[in-house]
Design a protein around this ligand. Structure first.
Ligand code: FAD
Ligand code: AMP
Length: 488
């Protein structure tokens, strides 16, 4: 820590200057910083995140309170649920199985720690300087860094030829459900419950609400999900969304659609939620309530507008198709700009911007971004849904294949779900590929590659898939586009 203080003093006397300063060390920012350094640019990354022990860490939302910890808990709770409900079918007798929530949470913490330390190691290896503090624009080329953590000292300034904003997003809040981090929590609080709530409410049936609802439902909570919209998972292909809704309800999630939360009242043990649905005003009582109503761009204390960086009405940083802001030397990437709030989208934008700064041709195909919802079965897709194509008046063909007809799915005991391929009726180009099924998150990659290469259903149909694999369901769906599926 002494070396940090010395470094700060050096900067005070003699302002440090870099080719690139990245503000934010999440999957957008840290990947951008590493790629810049690989391309020979002197690079620093300003990051202000402190973990539970008040230590500065890299990795942003994704590693600390997002993708990784949620998947750790989804995996733990999936194993528990398998042992309780499905193991018997395999001949495994496991009576009296219990869940040690403390141990599960500790495991999650260890995973997060290993991975965030890994990013610090990658910074060292690539000679990216990590500036542990909060970054704020002083001018188009100058950033003030206010150190954070135990050894926080005086603010100092750095200069940069190019600046990349990667400040991410934070949970959205709604006035009727104030997050008190006791009874009412956001996604971060829901990843750290110390025991299983008996009655758990979730506001919002989006990706995060369903994933967190699934975790605690599998561990024994009675989960009620309140969703204002009438459609379940509106962005998902309707056929798969309807099927997923049925399966999640069967698992015990009490999903109430058209239910807009209008108020909450807490005593010191429970929270009463008021919502309105078609029948009028309703009340429901929970031991814990998760607010999962979406995320908003994070530009707090960044000073972006003051130096001429334009913002959208909804608070995103305005960028062109190259992620360039209103200032020619300043770029913005990830959750803080338009587009899906996904870690891999943030990272790809980071790589593309680094390459543009280095004079190369950074490239992103926004039409080939995979989406995944890590419920069980998982839901994954790339490209357009059938309802979107219908609305656009595009002529298309559909091929579907049920998981129940897959030999591998049957061997696994995972019969729920399907693969649905949609291709252009005239050219056969794949327009959308939708999977509801086990390991959909992994299976989708084949379809993403096909879309990236402008592939057709015929291309997948002519590709040899190993037997027995779940991927054969994609092969069969491709065959089904031309009415020639073999196994269904
Ligand atoms: P972030 O990861 O939010 O990082 C921004 C960083 O900038 C933060 O570390 C912050 O401390 C720092 N920062 C902000 N302002 C400043 C400043 N002025 N100075 C210094 N530092 C600053 N996405 C997926 O693709 N797959 C998933 O499975 C998935 N699961 C998720 C589960 C949950 C519960 C949540 C909440 C999110 C999930 N996401 C998932 C979304 C994913 O986490 C985000 O899309 C991703 O983290 C965005 O990356 P980013 O780099 O743009 O921003
Ligand atoms: P996402 O944006 O995918 O994370 O999903 C958030 C969900 O929360 C959306 O489907 C919203 O419709 C839902 N939502 C937002 N506000 C409320 C509210 N007051 N009551 C119930 N659902 C809400």
């Amino acid at each position: 820590m002494v070396s940090h203080v010395v470094a700060c003093n050096e900067r005070k006397d003699n302002m440090k200057s870099f080719d690139v300063v990245v503000i934010g060390g999440g999957p957008g920012g840290y990947v951008a910083a590493i790629r810049c350094a690989q391309l020979g640019l002197t690079t620093a990354c300003v990051e202000s995140w402190l973990n539970g022990e008040n230590q500065p860490v890299l990795g942003g939302t994704c590693l600390n309170v997002g993708c990784i910890p949620s998947k750790a808990l989804l995996d733990s709770s999936h194993h528990f649920s398998f042992i309780k409900h499905a193991a018997k079918e395999h001949g495994i007798n496991a009576a009296g199985v219990t869940m040690d929530v403390h141990r599960m949470i500790q495991r999650k913490k260890n995973i997060v720690q290993t991975l965030t330390m890994g990013i610090a190691g990658l910074f060292k290896k690539n000679k990216v300087e990590w500036l542990k503090g909060h970054g704020r624009f002083i001018s188009a080329n100058q950033i003030e860094v206010k150190p954070v953590g135990e050894d926080s000292g005086e603010a100092y300034q750095v200069t940069a030829k190019h600046i990349i904003i990667a400040t991410g997003s934070v949970p959205m809040t709604i006035p009727p459900a104030h997050v008190d981090n006791e009874l009412i929590v956001d996604s971060t609080g829901a990843l750290a419950f110390t025991d299983v709530p008996r009655r758990l409410g979730v506001i919002g049936a989006g990706v995060i609400g369903l994933e967190l609802g699934s975790v605690w439902n599998r561990l024994g909570a009675n989960v009620v999900v309140l969703e204002a919209l009438n459609d379940f998972l509106a962005p998902v292909d309707r056929q798969l969304a309807n099927e997923a809704e049925k399966l999640l309800r069967k698992q015990g999630l009490d999903i109430r659609l058209g239910a807009r939360v209008t108020g909450t009242g807490c005593n010191n043990r429970e929270v009463t939620v008021t919502y309105e649905d078609r029948e009028g005003k309703q009340h429901v009582v929970f031991d814990k309530l998760i607010v999962a109503v979406g995320r908003k761009p994070n530009t707090q204390g960044l000073g972006a507008s003051a130096v001429g960086i334009a913002m959208t009405e909804r608070g995103f940083i305005e960028v062109d198709e190259s992620c360039r802001t209103a200032l020619a030397n300043v770029y913005a990437i990830g959750d803080v700009v338009r587009g899906p709030m996904l870690a891999h989208k943030a990272s790809e934008e980071g790589v593309a911007v680094a390459e543009r700064i280095a004079g190369k041709a950074g490239h992103i195909n926004y039409a080939a971004i995979p989406w995944v919802i890590y419920t069980w079965p998982e839901i994954a897709w790339v490209g357009k849904t059938e309802q979107a194509l219908k609305a656009e008046g595009v002529a298309y063909r559909v091929g579907s294949f049920p998981m129940a007809a897959s030999g591998r799915a049957r061997a696994m005991g995972e019969l729920d779900g399907m693969v649905k391929m949609i291709s252009d009726a005239r050219t056969d180009r794949i327009l959308g590929l939708h999977i509801l099924g086990p390991n959909a998150s992994e299976l989708i990659s084949e379809a993403v590659v096909a879309v990236e290469f402008d592939g057709s259903s015929e291309d997948i149909a002519r590709t040899i898939h190993a037997h027995p694999t779940l991927a054969e369901a994609l092969h069969e769906a491709a065959l089904a586009v031309d009415d020639r599926a073999i196994h269904f």
